[in-house]
Design a protein around this ligand. Structure first.
Ligand code: ADP
Ligand code: MG
Length: 479
């Protein structure tokens, strides 16, 4: 990027709330149903129908607000946002205008080696529109109204992001948070999370914001980043060529990683917002807010601190475990049965994660009960089974049956051998295979002990107890 300029970005993320029914009626929100099957008269906006608010959607929006440290609005009005669109049968969208349910707050993102708070402007509730489908028929646009009326929260930042990379981090954190709170599946391919990126540039040192362009409907984190990178470059080229940036709405083409203008934006909005007369003010009591606050799960940021302070994990390990709520949950369950915290983290971020990946599973589907996991760690920590052997041979069996780790290890003959007679055979064979090294060792190159231990380990296929082997080797070599 040209060093004269800095980019300023504000993001609007729409998150589809994971309620089973819509925001103002009982229609199902299930994704992938046959077109136009979840469309009651309320969804279709028939005259004489009355919307009623979905209490779960309200609770979900409040959860997100509390998790982001927002101020919660106690007297909520819903507003009609009037515009004509074929997939919006009522001719208006019910949204929140003057009283967004959450105000202010912030989301912490990774930035360099540390973290930074990105300021939020608001989080408001609104209903989604239906879908216009242009690629089924040559002549006609098809409309599926199943999605119309699905609850969304729109999470709006201040213009407080300064690079495509930061935008990437921000969306990643928002997705993690909504999944953690169980309020949205975060599935960008299915449209459960969509992002509009507002981008402007200005000369470094300038405090006034530049003219912004809004890139609509980005449906993957990668596309958010690519669209912003392209826009920053395009704007700098325009300005350098002496042109003025036009305030525009643009769309992203993922095939070419470029954006194109879809409309020039009028200065003032003309949605003629007014309070929906069919919906009374929604008043939230302090006790209701308290109830939701108390039911919030421990959030990743707090857990990461706890894992470092109470369990002595590194920041890196703690953060990795907290990438995924199911993983953190499993960690919490296993530490009910062991105090080998660091060993558990190593297992979870190493062999277990690898095993799950190979079987296209995640921590939600792990089959190893916490007690058995703790027993596995104990086997290794006590030196009964070597770590690599346990990871390669014991773990796959452990994941597939219900036997105790020790019983499996015995059956597969994985227990380390501490019978001196047997160990001596391996030790002698190892030394006999490297006479030159033995001479060097005896002349004083004591560091070679590691090589001999390694050779015995290999010959025993990992079953020789390394402590005993070292002692035996030393006894032989120093004679
Ligand atoms: P609009 O009325 O066009 O939707 P808003 O003021 O509501 O604009 O802002 C929408 C989003 O655009 C917010 O995330 C805000 O932070 C961001 N934004 C506003 N002005 C700028 C700017 N000049 N550059 C970058 N982002 C901006
Ligand atoms: Mg906007």
């Amino acid at each position: 990027m040209n060093q004269k300029y800095e980019a300023v970005i504000g993001l609007e993320v729409h998150a589809q709330l994971a309620t089973t029914s819509k925001l103002f009626c009982g229609d199902s929100t299930l994704f992938g149903a046959a077109p136009n099957t979840h469309i009651s008269p309320i969804t279709l906006g028939h005259p004489g129908t009355l919307p009623r608010v979905n209490q779960k959607a309200i609770a979900y929006a409040i959860k997100m607000g509390l998790a982001c440290g927002c101020e919660i609005e106690k007297v909520n009005w819903f507003a009609r946002k009037n515009y004509f669109y074929p997939d919006l049968p009522k001719g208006y969208q019910i949204s929140q205008h003057t009283t967004p349910i959450c105000k202010g707050g912030n989301v912490k993102i990774k930035s360099g080696d540390g973290e930074r708070s990105v300021q939020l402007n608001r989080i408001h509730l609104e209903e989604d529109a239906g879908k216009s489908i242009h690629d089924i028929d040559d002549q006609y646009t098809c409309i599926d109204l199943n999605r119309a009326g699905t609850p969304l929260i729109e999470i709006v930042t201040e213009p407080d992001l300064f690079s495509a990379e930061e935008a990437w981090q921000y969306v990643t954190e928002v997705r993690k948070l909504v999944r953690w709170l169980n309020i949205c599946d975060g599935n960008m391919e299915e449209g459960s999370l969509r992002c509009d990126a507002n981008v402007s540039i200005r000369l470094k040192g300038e405090t006034k914001l530049g003219t912004k362009v809004e890139v609509k409907n980005l449906n993957s984190i990668r596309n958010v980043k690519k669209a912003i990178e392209f826009e920053i470059d395009r704007m700098i080229r325009e300005v350098e060529a002496g042109n003025r940036i036009k305030q525009q709405t643009r769309s992203f083409d993922a095939a070419t990683d470029t954006t194109f203008a879809i409309r020039d934006k009028e200065e003032a909005n003309d949605y003629r917002y007014f309070p929906d007369p069919d919906l009374p003010a929604l008043v939230l009591s302090d006790s209701y807010l308290q109830e939701i606050r108390e039911a919030l799960p421990e959030l990743p940021a707090a857990l990461i601190k706890k894992y470092q302070q109470q369990y002595g994990l590194s920041l890196y390990d703690a953060a990795q475990l907290c990438e995924d709520k199911a993983a953190a949950g499993y960690f919490e369950n296993v530490i009910q049965h062991t105090t080998a915290y660091k060993a558990l983290a190593n297992w979870m971020l190493g062999p277990i994660r690898q095993y799950l990946n190979e079987h296209a599973k995640d921590y939600e589907q792990i089959t190893i009960a916490p007690q058995r996991m703790a027993a596995l760690i104990q086997l290794v920590e006590s030196g009964q089974v070597n770590f690599s052997v346990a990871a390669a041979k014991l773990l796959p069996v452990l994941a597939e049956n219900n036997e105790a780790p020790l019983a499996i290890a015995e059956k597969l003959q994985l227990l380390q051998v501490s019978d001196t007679g047997e160990l001596e055979k391996w030790v002698e064979a190892a030394l006999a295979s490297m006479p030159d090294k033995v001479t060097e060792y005896r002349k004083g190159k004591k560091g070679l002990i590691g090589l001999f231990v390694g050779e015995v380990k290999k010959r025993s296929m990992g079953k020789a107890d390394p402590k005993l082997v070292t002692a035996l080797l030393e006894a032989k070599l120093n004679n």
